[in-house]
Write a protein that binds this ligand. Structure first.
Ligand code: NAD
Length: 497
């Protein structure tokens, strides 16, 4: 493994000139895996300049050629899915199965990008006036940049650069500094697939590198995924610098449990969706809303949660892995302590979690609170750990009211056997991604990732048709061809005739 992670600029992996570095560690052991350099301003400028130069040729590359690059790329990603997942597991601590899923959900977006010609088709109307036709083309916008979070180091970069590049843009990626080895591996495979020099650049770093991208005059669009405060900063700064911005942010996802739901399904799905990936998913369920007598199932949820435990990525018995950093673990323990202090009942406390053979891992055990009220910090903040809160409401209307009053709108779900309750929920809930008897309703790439309210800032969402709109501009042509003698005198009106 490299001692220091390279940047990727102008088609070459290069050693950064920066002296500022960060150790990338295995969160189960704290072992240093590699050193991450913080790219210098000159390197960022070179990366953007390379993308800008390449745009003039890449945008002229025939659309089917661009699609063929994606065809080769998705094939290579599939061939290497397991070795990417191994790297991903080491730097995130995710279980191997979960890491394979992270890679797979990214591959699906690349598969979708293979269809780019159909996705970029414009519209036509014949005879908008006498012998005049109108038609539109979809054209790429230029240099786009992507800034990604730690929790899906394969899937989220793959939400961004393949579609942007398939549209004819060039791209600068700034991956999370916590797990940058996976994005570098994705880049190596993109090169192997035949990506021309300068189409993709990867610069490493943290907030200074993000700010350099947000203010760079040659970047047209920014895709961001991360926490709410940073998403707000990215949206404000990027738009202030006249860029197109889509910023996917944090969440507090509720699952409504109706008394007519299948109890075993509810319990299994609550445990998996709250503790899976150590609760480090933006679509994790963090609040279970028990309606009426469904609250009687809480002791069984506790029992099922107590039966799962974290562990190392390569042990099949591990239900999930460690938190990404010691700081992330401390933050979660702070919330657990605050929840107890604020008066919630801690039915299961994962604060003192240990894993044999891994004394230095960032472990947090499954944690369950009941009697949670909406003014508590554990309810108001995204905890991003294996912590599930239980709320109780007398009926579906009050469950919907509770969720709609929460500022976040990323995902939600309802477990019920009533079509009427499900229909009412899907219609009235003020959340952008809804699951019916599905706890984590992440849409496939032919739809878009449609978080709402404080979970998203922008207009066009990630992947799917909306991302194609985000990465392109529409040009509308109105055309008339003469085959007769010009009429006498100039036409001074704007009316088409
Ligand atoms: P983060 O906000 O700390 O970091 C995200 C990116 O922003 C990283 O590349 C980081 O280097 C950069 N960054 C961090 N602080 C910055 C600052 N002050 N100024 C400029 N840039 C900064 O997020 P994270 O901890 O890596 O990821 C977890 C968060 O991402 C959670 O809140 C989660 O809900 C959210 N998330 C949202 C989605 C979604 O689609 N809505 C998907 C995945 C993760």
């Amino acid at each position: 493994m490299a001692d220091r992670l390279p940047l990727f600029i102008g088609g070459k992996f290069i050693d950064s000139e920066s002296n500022e570095t960060l150790a990338v560690t295995n969160p189960a052991t704290q072992e240093t895996l590699t050193e991450l350099p913080f790219a210098t301003q000159a390197e960022i400028d070179r990366a953007v300049a390379s993308a800008k130069d390449t745009f003039s040729t890449w945008r002229e590359t025939p659309t089917p050629e661009r699609a063929r690059l994606m065809l080769r790329y998705q094939d290579l990603l599939k061939q290497h899915q397991n070795d990417i997942a191994r790297t991903l597991s080491q730097e995130t601590g995710k279980t191997f199965a979960d890491a394979q899923g992270d890679v797979w959900r990214g591959i699906e977006v690349v598969e979708h990008a293979c269809n780019i010609a159909s996705l970029m088709m414009g519209e036509t109307v014949e005879n908008v006036a006498g012998r005049i036709d109108s038609y539109s083309y979809t054209q790429p916008i230029g240099v786009c940049a992507g800034i990604t979070p730690f929790n899906f180091p394969a899937m989220i970069p793959l939400w961004m650069f393949p579609l942007a590049i398939a549209c004819g843009n060039t791209f600068v990626l700034k991956p999370s500094e916590q797990d940058p080895m996976t994005p570098n591996r994705l880049t190596e495979l993109f090169v192997e697939a035949g990506a021309p020099e300068g189409v993709l650049q990867v610069i490493h770093g943290g907030k200074d590198q993000v700010n350099a991208l947000l203010t760079h005059p040659d970047i047209r669009a920014i895709s961001f995924v991360g926490s709410v405060p940073v998403a707000q900063h990215v949206y404000r700064t990027g738009t202030q610098h006249l860029k197109r911005v889509q910023a996917m942010a944090g969440a507090k996802n509720h699952m409504v449990v109706m008394p007519d739901a299948n109890k075993d399904q509810v319990i299994n799905n609550l445990v998996g969706s709250s503790c899976g990936a150590a609760g480090q998913r933006c679509m994790a369920i963090s609040v279970a809303v028990f309606v009426g007598e469904a609250a009687g199932w809480i002791p069984e949820v506790r029992e099922a949660m107590a039966a799962v435990s974290p562990g190392p990525w390569d042990d099949e018995q591990s239900a999930y892995g460690p938190q990404i950093t010691p700081e992330a673990k401390e933050r979660i323990l702070g919330f657990i302590a605050a929840g107890k202090k604020e008066g919630a009942d801690c039915l299961l406390d994962g604060s003192d979690c240990t894993v044999e053979g891994y004394p230095d891992g960032n472990w947090v055990g499954p944690t369950l609170f009941s009697n949670v009220s909406t003014d508590m910090s554990i309810y108001q903040e995204e905890i991003f750990g294996p912590v599930l809160l239980c709320a109780e409401t007398p009926d579906l209307d009050s469950a919907i009211g509770l969720i709609n009053d929460n500022p976040y709108g990323n995902g939600t779900s309802i477990f019920t056997s009533s079509g009427g309750a499900a229909r009412k929920f899907q219609h009235e809930i003020d959340v952008g991604q809804v699951g019916i008897n599905i706890p984590i309703p992440v849409p496939l790439p032919f739809f878009s990732f449609t978080g709402w309210r404080q979970s998203f800032f922008g207009d066009q969402h990630a992947y799917g048709k909306q991302a194609v709109k985000f990465y392109t501009e529409t040009k509308t042509v109105t055309a008339r061809w003469f085959d007769d003698v010009a009429p006498a005198g100039p036409n001074m009106t704007i009316k088409l005739s």
